[in-house]
Design a protein around this ligand. Structure first.
Ligand SMILES: Nc1ncnc2c1ncn2[C@@H]1O[C@H](COP(=O)(O)OP(=O)(O)O)[C@@H](O)[C@H]1O
Ligand SMILES: N[C@@H](CC(=O)OP(=O)(O)O)C(=O)O
Length: 533
């Protein structure tokens, strides 16, 4: 199967005319998520890594394997095993399940070269023996430090990358497994936190690991990249592999960072929920971050800053459809590496024809997304006048119980907040509400959803929020709370969970599909000013 061409002019040339360019194009960094490694390893190796490495240098970064869902994946299991150890309960059975899963996987997929298979099984067992020792020690001490938790978690990425590196060898590709878990020295100075120097240090070290390899070797790097103060889970959170891949891309000055998923790219809405959702050619990093925060897990938001600074585009692609062009995440006003001029210069508005103005009037919003399992907390202060400590007390309480607010609206003595609460946060929520009752009356509404309309262009439009709420009103969907993000690229409303699909489909139909004009009273203030001048 032929590879999709990489982005840069150099790589396009290499596809079109092999004689006029060096035998290898620039670097492409490919990140594969845990469920993709679990479900489609042969496709990853044969249709993607092999195909792309024919014309480009390729570096691969993988997350821990999940056979079906992330919840039942290796990282989740390792974290559960760590919990069990800290509670002095039996964790061995869970590690046995992880071992059996990886041994079976090796036997199922690595079948051409029995030596490679045996070595993989041995390496995997060694990693899990190490996990057993570590958890035993934690059980004896009676606690798991963030550092130990990080070491346990890292085993997921090690097992996954050992597997992909072995499968590549088994399929005739030269691979090199690279473990990044010890890359941060114990005495690294974190006094300035995760600042630019830290990211620079990481990208340089990742880059040097990769750049020293022979041309025909494909590195497979663990998406877990080392112990950080407070732990990687607290500092970066789940999805840290995206950040790791981004820093590898910066380290090798890649032509493109490819994030491979099980969806063709970023759509105007979740295609599982809105059948008419369209694939988007491109979105800006701000839009991708906003979509991720508000329910469409596109990419870890930390990923973008460093890559974009290095002018490297990110492409979201589908493991099951490698030839699809995917969605590019890149700012619309900065040139990419290898391009002198920005792709869509903002100054272009100055030369717009009236036709352009009319046809682009429709592009006010980019996508609609939904975040479910939302609880709304309403707090009425029991003081008659505004108390200085009112808001401070609320935020201190939320911080204490590690609860994160997605939306907030306030008046002097009344605060409404929307928070996503997973089942393991229920007791934290109960404790927080008990504490909050000390400063006022508190009521909570469950089973809610946040619907967010996202689009960088929305900032220029007058009336778009009105249109969104009119659609909900026409559908007789009750709105519990409204909020517009400070960056003005997100308009959100909290609604009943049962109305989610109806709200998504109707807003999509009226504001993101062809018949937008039917409702249009939103006006692009910049384009109108140009038209009237
Ligand atoms: N706007 C959107 N565009 C694309 N996918 C979306 C969107 N909103 C939600 N999704 C969902 O996000 C999921 C992302 O793909 P997946 O490969 O499963 O993620 P991961 O690699 O993080 O496991 C898809 O199942 C898709 O249905
Ligand atoms: N394995 C880790 C890190 C990660 O990045 O996962 P994924 O790429 O599958 O989102 C996790 O599950 O959190």
């Amino acid at each position: 199967m032929p590879a999709s061409p990489a982005l840069s002019a150099r790589s396009y040339n290499s596809v079109l005319d092999f004689k006029s360019v060096p035998s290898k194009g620039g670097w492409i960094v490919q990140k594969f998520g845990g469920t993709s490694v679990g479900k489609f390893p042969n496709k990853i190796v044969d249709d993607i890594i092999k195909a792309f490495s024919a014309n480009n240098r390729v570096a691969v970064v993988c997350s821990a394997r999940s056979s079906q869902t992330k919840n039942e994946g290796t990282t989740s299991r390792l974290l559960r095993a760590a919990d069990l150890a800290s509670e002095n309960k039996d964790f061995d059975a869970l590690l046995d399940i992880i071992e059996e899963d990886h041994v079976n996987n090796a036997k199922t997929f690595v079948t051409n070269d029995i030596k490679v298979q045996e070595q993989l099984i041995q390496d995997s067992k060694n990693e899990l023996d190490h996990a057993r020792e570590l958890l035993k020690a934690c059980q004896i001490i009676g606690e798991i430090s963030p550092r130990s938790l990080d070491s346990i978690m890292s085993i997921g990425e090690k097992l996954s990358c050992l597997f992909i590196a072995a499968l590549m060898q088994d399929h005739g590709l030269k691979s090199k497994y690279i473990d990044l878990s010890d890359i941060i020295p114990l005495n690294y100075d974190f006094s300035r936190g995760f600042d630019d120097n830290f990211y620079k240090f990481l990208s340089q070290h990742f880059g040097s690991q990769v750049l020293q390899l022979d041309d025909d070797v494909v590195p497979v790097l663990t998406g877990y990249f080392g112990v950080v103060p407070g732990g990687l889970l607290n500092g970066v959170g789940r999805g840290y592999t995206d950040l790791c891949a981004a820093l590898v891309a910066v380290g090798v000055q890649a032509d493109e960072l490819q994030v491979w998923k099980e969806v063709d790219g970023i759509f105007t809405a979740d295609p599982r929920k809105v059948p008419n959702a369209r694939l988007l050619d491109s979105v800006t990093p701000e839009e991708a971050a906003e979509l991720t925060y508000y329910g469409s897990e596109v990419i870890h938001p930390f990923t973008m800053e460093q890559v974009i600074k290095a002018r490297i585009p990110i492409r979201i692609k589908n493991v099951e459809n490698p030839q699809g062009k995917g969605t590019i995440i890149y700012p619309d006003n900065i040139g990419r590496r290898g391009e002198d001029t920005p792709p869509h210069p903002p100054a272009a508005y100055e030369t717009l024809s009236p036709n352009y103005i009319t046809s682009h009037k429709k592009r006010s919003a980019t996508a609609i997304t939904a975040k479910q399992d939302i609880v709304v907390i309403n707090i009425h202060s029991n003081k008659k006048t505004l108390s200085h400590g009112f808001l401070a007390h609320i935020f201190t309480t939320l911080d204490l119980f590690k609860l994160v607010v997605d939306l907030i609206s306030t008046s002097e003595v009344h605060v409404s907040m929307a928070l996503q609460i997973s089942s393991d946060q229920e007791s934290a929520l109960r404790s927080a509400v008990k504490e909050l009752r000390k400063i006022g009356t508190v009521d909570i509404t469950r089973n809610m959803t946040i619907i967010s309309l996202v689009g960088k262009q929305m900032v220029n439009f007058i009336g778009i929020a009105g249109n969104m709420f009119k659609v909900l009103a026409d559908e007789k969907i009750n709105i519990e709370m409204i909020s517009q993000g400070a960056n003005e690229i997100n308009i959100s409303a909290v609604i009943d969970d049962n109305d989610t699909i109806r709200a998504l489909c109707s807003i999509h139909a009226r504001l993101l599909e062809g018949n937008y004009d039917a409702l249009s009273n939103a006006v692009d203030s910049r384009l109108e000013a140009l038209r009237l001048s």
